[in-house]
Structures are given as C-alpha cells and as structure tokens.
Design a protein around this ligand. Structure first.
Ligand code: PLP
Length: 459
C-alpha cells in the first residue's frame, strides 16, 4: 500500500494514531484483559444488553496494519480483521482520507430521496469487479443480512417462485429470513422462532466430514432432493457461500459449486453466491467463485467492501435485478455516502495493492505451518482454507468427534499471549485465521509461533 504522508494523523480520542503507522508488533504490558479493559467491561455489563457479547473483551484504542492496540497499551496481532472486514487494514489511509472528505461535504440525503454520484460509482465498480461480463446492476444496503434478504426478494420477484435452497453449516445473518437460512441453532436461532417459511436445507460438500465424496456426488444428492422434495419449478434461489464462513471455513470439494450453478441455470433458478465473508481478495481471488470459474446470477457482498464502514450490496444480471418494481428496494441509510466513499477507496486499495496476491502470500505463510502443527498434534484433524481464509478443525485424535474444549483452550491461550484468534464451526471446534491482507509476513509468522505454543500447552 502506498503511504499518504500528507494526510493528517488519524488520532483516537486517547491521542493514539491508528492506521498502518502503528508499530507492527506484539507487545504485552498487562495481563489480557488489562485493568482499563476490565473497568470498561464492568461498565459495559451494566449498560449493554447481555445477548451482545464479545469474543475477547479487550477494549480497543487504535488499530492498523496487522495489530489492534487496547486501552491498556497492549498491542495484539489481529487474526480476525473484524471478521474479514478490514482486508485493506484498519484506518487504511485512502479510506480515512475519503471518509474525511465525504463527511465534510454531506453525510446523508437518502439515495431514494435525492441521489449522489458516490452510490452510482460503487455500483459501477461492483458491476465491473464481480465475475462474468454480462450486463449487471447493483443495489446497496447496510449489512450483510440485509443484502441476503434482498437477494431473495429479487430472486422471488424475478422468478415468481418462493422456495429458497440453502446448505448445512450455512450462515447468512441474524434477521428473521436470514436466521431461517442459517443452519446453526445456538447462538443464532435458539429461542428466536418462528422462522420464515419456504427455506430448504441441503447437504453441503464437506470433505473432512463426508468421507471425501466428490463435489459432483454431493451436488447430485442435493439436486435429487431438490427435485423430489421441493420440485425445481418452485425454487426461486439457491443461496450458497463459496467457502463457508461461520460454519467453519468449509471448502467444498471441486465440482460442487459448478454442478449447482449448472443445475440452477438449466431449471431457471437464481444462483446466489453469498460472498460476504469471502469477497474482496480474502481467498486469493477478488471473489471466491472465480476459483472454479463459477459465474453467479446474483452475488451478495458486505464485510470487506468498505474498509470497516457499514455497506453491503447485491450485484447481478440486469434482467433479474431490474425485474423489481420501482420503490421495491431501498432503505433510509442504504448506500450511505460516507460508506460509499470508503468503499471506493477500499476497492482501489484491493486492486492497486493487488491484495489477492497478498492473500495468497499470507496463506503461504499459514498453511505449511498449520500442516506441520497437525503432524505434531493429532487433535488437529483438518487444515483447510484458501488464500488468507484458513482454519484448523479440532477433533478427538483419529476420529471425527469434535473437540470444542480443546478449541476454546487454544483460543484462550492465543488471546492471553496477544494474538486475536476467532473460533467458528457448527460444533464450535474450528479455529479460523483472517489476518488483514496488509499484515506483514513476519508478524503473521510470529502469530503462528504463538499458536504453536498454544497447542503445545494443551499437553
Ligand atoms: C457475516 C455474514 C453475513 C451477515 O452479515 P452482517 O453484516 O453481519 O449482517 C451473511 N453471510 C455471510 C457469508 C457472512 O459471513
């Protein structure tokens, strides 16, 4: 990434400058969490709803490059990137500059009241960047869940059909419809029903857990069940994550996605790729679908789109997108101008910084290390991922029986040693690694050392 020395320092309320100028180091000056974080946490428990919890309650003062600095002055290596959001880095200079300029011009008009160029420019960029050279349209929203809901609305309007097909281990969000699309009960759905109807769950290709069946074989089973249990003529959309996120970084076997896309095309079903976690260079391509040359009809994006500002989108075939009546799509804040300005800067950083190549380079640091760890520690049953979206799945050695306790122990040991890791998976037994794509390889290697120590401490 190019430096922007002319930009004023990005000062936090505490006077710390965030962004890539932060020292790129792991530095512990207190226990984790430290005393100031603990004070804030006590305030939080008395003020914030208990249902909204945090994976690691260290309170953040600044972040940039590959580190998060907390209010006690600890500098943690960031292997979460705010859940694959700050691919371009926290407070990336171009994003900060774009936001600063836009916020001084106007902060909001509501695009459905009086429009502005920034929104149009983001749609143009998405139409250009997403797979396929067909005519496309885009529409913007705030959150990933909102994008997925709207993709389903659009698919239903375009087809006149109602059923939606999703997969085991899928995660698509927390609103009522997207809870229905999501597989896992606790914590996402438990006690929150009833859920939206006309949602059908099909088998997912999961090589570690399905005996290494071919992608084509699992797709064929799903297709037969769609034909027999729903009837393909009633299906509006097939919604699938090309690499599953919250479900445990499940990478389907080759052939699974192309077979589903081909079936959808043949039966007039809208094929929706949910690239909310995989998008914007995370997997080593700008979009994960590109890996197998799959061209979705619609693609949902969010997370990595705007360098941390809230924005999401649905992009797809013009004839499908334009089938919705005027006024049918929108939202008060949807496509906010500040978020759009940030997105244009983040997209520029993805392209000009060739962050796809960076993602592959970071994957090349992680995967060999993790494979060696798996040889030493049979609790690691599987190492998988693509680009800088990498995970290990923990099991009782030699079995497929999930080991969420060991997963939690390794995760906690990483946190205590100053590495911010995240867990995932239907069984809570996956450690996932999502470094910002601008992280230095040395810092990432140090995080892998900490992880190795954490596994060694399992005993
Ligand atoms: C995070 C995520 C969502 C939901 O996005 P929100 O912005 O949290 O609503 C949907 N789909 C996938 C694949 C995700 O990773």
């Amino acid at each position: 990434m190019t430096a922007h020395p002319a930009a004023p320092p990005n000062l936090t309320p505490s006077g710390r400058a965030g962004g890539p100028g932060l020292p790129q180091e792991r530095r512990l000056v207190t226990a984790i969490p430290g005393p100031r974080s603990q004070e804030l946490h006590a305030r939080r428990l008395a003020a914030v709803a208990a249902g909204c919890s945090s994976a690691l309650p260290v309170y953040v003062a600044a972040a940039g490059g590959g580190v998060v600095v907390d209010v006690d002055g600890n500098s943690l290596i960031d292997l979460g990137a705010g859940i694959a959001v700050v691919n371009v880095g926290n407070s990336a200079p171009g994003v900060v500059e774009a936001v600063r300029e836009q916020v001084a011009e106007f902060t909001h008009t509501c695009f459905t009241v009086s429009p502005y160029e920034q929104y149009v420019a983001v749609c143009e960029a998405l139409n250009r960047l997403t797979p396929g050279d067909h005519e496309k349209r885009s529409v913007l929203f705030n959150s990933g869940a909102e994008a997925v809901e709207n993709a389903v609305k659009i698919a239903r309007a375009a087809t006149g059909r109602q059923a939606v097909v999703v997969f085991e281990h899928a995660y698509h969000g927390r609103t009522n419809l997207t809870m229905a699309l999501t597989a896992k009960s606790m914590p996402y759905k438990h006690s929150f029903g009833p859920f939206a109807p006309e949602v059908y769950r099909m088998p997912m290709s999961y090589p570690f857990r399905d005996g290494g069946r071919s992608g084509e074989a699992v797709a064929a089973e799903a297709i037969t069940r769609i034909e027999k249990e729903i009837g393909a003529g009633g299906v509006a959309a097939i919604v699938v994550e090309p690499v599953q996120g919250e479900g445990g970084f499940v990478v389907p076997a080759p052939g699974f996605l192309p077979a589903l896309a081909e079936f959808a095309r043949a039966r007039g079903i809208v094929f929706v790729a949910d690239e909310i976690q995989t998008g914007f260079a995370r997997t080593g391509d700008v979009f994960a679908c590109e890996h197998e040359g799959v061209v979705p009809d619609l693609i949902t994006t969010a997370k990595g789109i705007a360098g941390g500002m809230p924005l999401s989108a649905v992009t797809g075939r013009a004839e499908i997108m334009d089938s919705v009546h005027a006024g049918g799509l929108g939202g008060t804040y949807a496509g906010n101008p500040v978020a759009c300005a940030a997105a244009l800067a983040a997209i520029r950083a993805v392209e000009e910084g060739d962050l796809s190549a960076r993602a592959r380079a970071l994957g090349d640091v992680m995967l060999p290390r993790l494979r060696r760890l798996a040889e030493q520690h049979p609790v690691i049953g599987d190492v998988r991922g693509r680009g800088a979206m990498v995970a290990v799945e923990l099991v009782r050695p030699g079995t497929l029986e999930p080991d969420p306790a060991a997963t939690a122990a390794v995760n906690a040991a990483c946190h205590a040693a100053g590495v911010l890791t995240l867990t995932a998976g239907t069984y809570g037994n996956v450690l996932r690694f999502l470094p910002p794509l601008v992280m230095g390889e040395d810092l990432l290697a140090e995080a892998m050392d900490v992880l190795a120590d954490a596994f060694a401490s399992l005993g």
